[in-house]
Write a protein that binds this ligand. Structure first.
Ligand code: FAD
Ligand code: SIN
Length: 525
């Protein structure tokens, strides 16, 4: 391999091409050369599948205060108020910037249409049909491609950060097209790797969401915070054999009703906001009802034409499965959707490692607390990626780019052993560290995860490939989620333990921070 090794130098290395990485890149390109590495095609990201929209207090009857309040109530005592205020107040400006990039939000005559989701006291979500994320991702990709000093490297899997003396110098990547290991050296390295939903058997997330960023950063010594707060979306289409398909919460915002196996609406029993209660409440209510039989979403009171026009993607996908949205109840189940915690950052994306920044879903900023308010994720991504671009550009000016000797990596063919372990891990996390947990299930999960970890480590010493390293990353984040969930002996936000079913307002921990304590190397070798 040695003679084939490539070295690349850039000012800003961005790992990930979702909304955060691309927004960051556009801004950073004003100050230097940007290299984006992304493990699949450039469009492939959680962003691309976002349906509902982006929250912003734009209605004259709405206010920043109400958006702030809804975010804080949903976050269940753990939001950082200063962060929430900052993000909410920047929201209208961010929507304007997206429109300048070419995103065409739905409109009613001279103003933007606004819809509603769980936890929002007002209609305050701008949207592009039911495929807002795709429209946003497309606009960013086409704008980024116009910049000659932004290089997009598709099929580049970043697998470890280059760290020396507490500073990050870039990342090691596996170039999947040429099957070569390459090092990308940078003055600023930005983790924009998105979420970790694939750690769970049932998830709304696409294949890319394996928690690589959080695992890599953890190995390098970064602080991980609030990772026990995994948000489960209440309504995914319940079809075993298909790739996950989300039925947007906006469907309930526009009048959809949850019904149990008897066809009876049930949310009134659980929350005064009924079907539009915060997600954690709706999810647990559905889990309780699923004990007795299947649960459905009902839109049969809505006109076919309205549903076809307002939810074209969902309508068509359901039709492909033989479900007519205007006539049939839609079978649904909850599934892992969003990581509220992650790599701890300050307001400018800085981690505790010099030269390493984190933005978007991989980061923990304090915006979401113990539970994220719907449609606040894309908003947070927009706000923090820009702030981080400004801060990191200033800091990069003072840093030199260095080259380091690349360690020996051995490539191996992907095989069944890592696939079997992956299936085992995902099923374990769903059953024992899922919507409802307790000390016993968490301890059991930890023991099993340690076995998977051992087996995964053995495989990576034989040789590495993308699937194997993903498995190791999934194992790392699974262990972190489980460990934090064991430490938090209360129920709060998305974290619900049957052995501690209430909030502990006396001995509660504001945050659970996890950092690597062992002296193990920060890479796989
Ligand atoms: P992503 O968009 O996930 O991008 C991550 C990028 O990193 C990808 O390009 C990926 O390939 C790359 N990557 C990952 N690991 C590596 C690696 N090791 N090497 C190289 N590249 C790597 N939020 C809202 O606010 N409103 C919504 O309506 C909404 N709807 C959603 C619907 C669905 C189905 C899903 C899954 C999420 C939804 N969310 C929504 C959440 C929101 O979409 C995400 O939180 C957000 O898009 C994350 O953006 P990001 O830039 O941080 O990461
Ligand atoms: C949805 O459309 O239901 C997802 C919105 C979100 O996750 O913010």
């Amino acid at each position: 391999m040695d003679s084939e090794r490539e070295h690349m130098k850039t000012d800003f290395l961005v790992i990930g091409s979702g909304i955060s990485g691309l927004n960051y890149s556009l801004k950073a390109a004003e100050c230097g050369e940007v290299t984006i590495v992304t493990k699949k095609k450039v469009m492939e990201s959680n962003t691309n599948y976002a349906q509902g929209g982006i929250a912003a207090a734009l209605d004259p009857l709405d206010s920043y205060d109400q958006h702030i309040q809804d975010t804080i109530v949903t976050g269940d005592g753990l939001c950082d108020k200063e962060v929430v205020e900052l993000v909410v107040k920047e929201a209208p400006e961010k929507i304007k910037e997206l429109m300048q990039l070419g995103v065409q939000f739905n409109r009613e005559e001279d103003r933007l249409s606004l819809t509603r989701e769980g936890g929002h006291s007002k209609r305050r979500i701008v949207f592009v049909g039911d495929s807002t994320g795709h429209a946003v991702e497309q606009a960013f990709v086409s704008n980024v491609k116009k910049r000659s000093n932004v290089h997009i490297l598709e099929g580049y899997f970043a697998f470890d950060l280059i760290i020396e003396n507490g500073r990050c110098y870039g990342a090691y990547c596996l170039n999947n097209y040429d099957q070569e290991f390459e090092a990308v050296y940078a003055k600023a390295t930005v983790m924009a790797t998105g979420g970790l939903g694939r750690v769970y058997e049932k998830t709304s997330n696409p294949e890319i969401a394996t928690g690589d960023g959080a695992a890599m950063a953890y190995r390098a010594g970064a602080e991980i915070e609030d990772i026990e707060f995994i948000q489960f979306h209440p309504t995914l289409l319940d079809k075993e054999e298909t790739e996950p398909f989300l039925i947007s919460e906006v469907v309930r915002g526009e009048g959809g009703i949850l019904r149990n196996w008897e066809g009876a609406p049930f949310m009134e029993k659980y929350h005064k906001m009924k079907d539009l209660a915060p997600r954690d409440t709706v999810t647990r209510a559905i889990i309780a009802e699923l004990e007795k039989g299947p649960v459905f979403l009902d839109l049969t009171t809505k006109k076919k034409q309205f549903l076809e026009e307002r939810f074209p993607t969902i309508y068509k996908r359901l039709k492909d499965y033989g479900i007519s949205m205007h006539r049939d109840f839609i079978p649904i189940i909850p599934a892992a959707h969003y990581a509220c915690g992650g790599v701890k950052t300050d307001l400018n994306g800085r981690t505790n490692i010099d030269g390493l920044y984190a933005i978007g879903e991989v980061s923990r900023t304090g915006l979401h607390g113990a539970n994220r308010l719907a449609s606040n994720s894309l908003l947070g991504c927009l706000v923090f990626s820009l702030r981080t671009a400004d801060a990191s550009a200033k800091e990069a000016e003072k840093r030199n780019n260095v080259e380091k000797k690349i360690p020996e990596f051995r490539l191996s063919d992907p095989g069944e052993p890592e696939e079997g372990l992956r299936r085992k891990l995902r099923s374990l996390m769903w059953k024992k560290v899922g919507v409802i947990r307790n000390g016993t299930t968490l301890q059991e999960a930890m023991r099993e995860l340690q076995k998977i970890d051992k087996e995964g480590t053995r495989l990576t010493t034989e040789g590495i490939n993308e699937r194997r390293i993903e498995l190791r990353n999934m194992t790392t984040v699974a262990e972190l989620i489980t460990k934090a969930a064991l430490i938090r002996t209360e129920s709060r936000g998305t974290h619900y333990r049957t052995d501690y079913p209430r909030k502990d307002d006396i001995n509660w921990r504001r945050s659970i921070k996890l950092t690597k304590t062992s002296s193990k190397s920060n890479t796989y070798i």
